[in-house]
Design a protein around this ligand. Structure first.
Ligand code: HEC
Length: 106
């Protein structure tokens, strides 16, 4: 019987560990810096509408020269597929700014 004690104690430890679930981790994240390419007034319109879910680097690192249709489709996808909360007029404005900034070869 005495040999059972460590076994029982071990089982209790395991049960105890299971009863206490891992606590959620809380941490503060530094705010995403505004990329230089979006630092001007039109860029800040983009940042204000597009920074909610992911880094603005997703936008500024896209290849250049893809043209207006690419950016219109990209904004449409964000709204329709991922539910980015842009009114249609704002989506048009943002797509226009993105084409102006990144749509050409520059
Ligand atoms: C509601 C959340 C949400 C918002 C707001 C949002 N996006 Fe996205 N975006 C995503 C998700 C999710 C992905 C990742 C898709 C993947 O990995 O396939 C993504 C990816 C991207 C990409 C990478 C290429 C691609 O299509 O996957 C670009 C460019 C982009 N978003 C642009 C924008 C622009 C421009 C805006 C503002 C109009 C915007 N996003 C706002 C959710 C969002």
């Amino acid at each position: 019987m005495a040999r059972m004690v460590p076994l029982i104690a071990g089982l209790l430890l395991v049960a105890g560990a299971q009863a206490a679930p891992a606590r959620p981790a809380h941490y503060r994240q530094a705010p995403d810096p505004l990329p230089a390419a979006l630092a001007d007034a039109p860029g800040q319109i983009v940042a204000g509408n597009c920074a909610g879910c992911h880094s603005l680097d997703y936008i500024t690192t896209q290849p250049r020269g893809k043209g207006a249709q690419f950016w219109r489709d990209e904004v449409t996808k964000m709204v329709n597929v991922y539910k980015a909360p842009l009114a249609p007029a704002d989506a048009d404005t943002v797509a226009g700014i993105l084409d102006h900034k990144f749509g050409g070869a520059g």
